[in-house]
Design a protein around this ligand. Structure first.
Ligand code: SF4
Ligand code: SF4
Length: 340
């Protein structure tokens, strides 16, 4: 089937960028939307993603470029001025690069809980459309994934896309492998399409969001001599909270026997210990808690803990701030800022 497709404002392409983190399924979601457009809506399309160095927890961008059937797509450059941006975790809105290049009449879809209206949304164009969907809540309720919810929202919000075709492409991805998953994804998709909130009067930006260049600041001609660390302390200031994808480890002090197994498997060394003198006069170490600034939510500590002192819990707004034990309290006060 070939649909009559007209790209808004006479542009060459209609471009969609997914902003996500490893583990949330942005690449698969982009593939499903692009395949629906090409195989079920008769458009030309291309899809590709860029990843960081790790599978889970690093920034993932997925790009979908669409055009009418008679218009060839001869570029695979990253999409810098998208018509639509889909943000898979509202925490990513804290980074200006997430909204980079959004067109003045663009659409922003973000995954966030009810009442979650991040400050970063003020960078959206006044004339853009902003849509929130609680992808995590729906995905948990339907035993599906956030990506199925978000492509449902996208397919309903964008007139260029045929909702039925995108849903069929989603079904086809798992058909014949696991029918329960097909049904669950379908329910999540439909709820993502229907259970959204339009966020009004939030954008403060006049015109499009300026595009941030994808060219690196340094190249092989201009990079400083090896061994020089131009921003000392950058690791301590790192903030991994957006990597947790809605789940966090929580320590129950009453069940903890301070065995240290969680610390041995934690890849980011974010467990905080203190030393004490025991009743027998011998030195003791005690697990005080987790510095959530550095925790990426891999749950290795939870899987390793033999006493169930460490459990996996949904991350509600403010919970990490409340439970956080700072690894570097002096750094926090010296910097005069809050990192968690
Ligand atoms: S593995 Fe469990 S019991 Fe052992 S120190 Fe960690 S939280 Fe405590
Ligand atoms: S989930 Fe546990 S093991 Fe993983 S980074 Fe956080 S504290 Fe460390």
């Amino acid at each position: 089937m070939t649909r009559e497709v007209s790209i808004p404002n006479g542009a060459e392409f209609f471009e969609i960028r997914f902003e996500s983190i490893g583990g949330l399924g942005a690449h698969v979601a982009g593939k499903i939307v692009a395949s629906a457009a090409v195989l079920r809506m008769g458009m030309n399309g291309s899809h590709f993603s860029s990843y960081g160095s790790e599978k889970k927890g690093s920034v993932v961008r997925s790009f979908i470029r669409l055009a009418p059937a008679d218009k060839a797509i001869r570029t695979s450059a990253p999409i810098e001025e998208p018509n639509v941006i889909v943000v898979f975790h509202s925490g990513l809105l804290a980074h200006p690069a997430t909204l980079s290049g959004l067109k003045a009449d663009g659409v922003l879809i973000y995954a966030g809980q009810e009442g979650d209206v991040p400050e970063g949304l003020s960078r959206v164009p006044r004339t853009a459309t902003v849509i929130r969907v609680d992808a995590q809540k729906i995905a948990i309720a339907e035993k599906s994934r956030e990506n199925a919810v978000l492509i449902g929202t996208l397919a309903e919000a964008i007139p260029l896309l045929d909702r039925r075709a995108v849903r069929d492409a989603l079904d086809a991805t798992f058909a014949g492998k696991n029918e329960a998953v097909v049904t669950a994804n379908g329910r999540a998709f439909d709820r993502g399409a229907d259970e959204v909130e339009m966020i009004e009067n939030i954008g403060q930006c006049d015109g499009a969001v300026p595009a941030m260049s994808s060219s690196p600041v340094w190249g092989y001609r201009t990079a400083p001599i090896g061994g020089v660390l131009p921003t000392p302390g950058n690791t301590a200031h790192n903030d991994l909270h957006t990597s947790r994808t809605g789940w966090m480890p929580v320590l129950d002090r009453d069940k903890c026997i301070d065995c240290g197994m969680c610390d041995m498997v934690c890849p980011d060394l974010c467990l905080v210990w203190s030393t004490h003198t025991g009743e027998d006069g011998k030195p003791r170490v005690r697990l005080d808690g987790i510095d959530y600034q550095y925790c990426k939510g891999c749950m290795r500590c939870v899987e390793t803990c033999s006493t169930a002192a460490m459990t996996r819990e949904a991350e509600l707004p403010g919970k990490a701030d409340e439970l956080r034990i700072p690894l570097f309290p002096d750094l926090r006060s010296a910097a005069g800022e809050k990192h968690a």
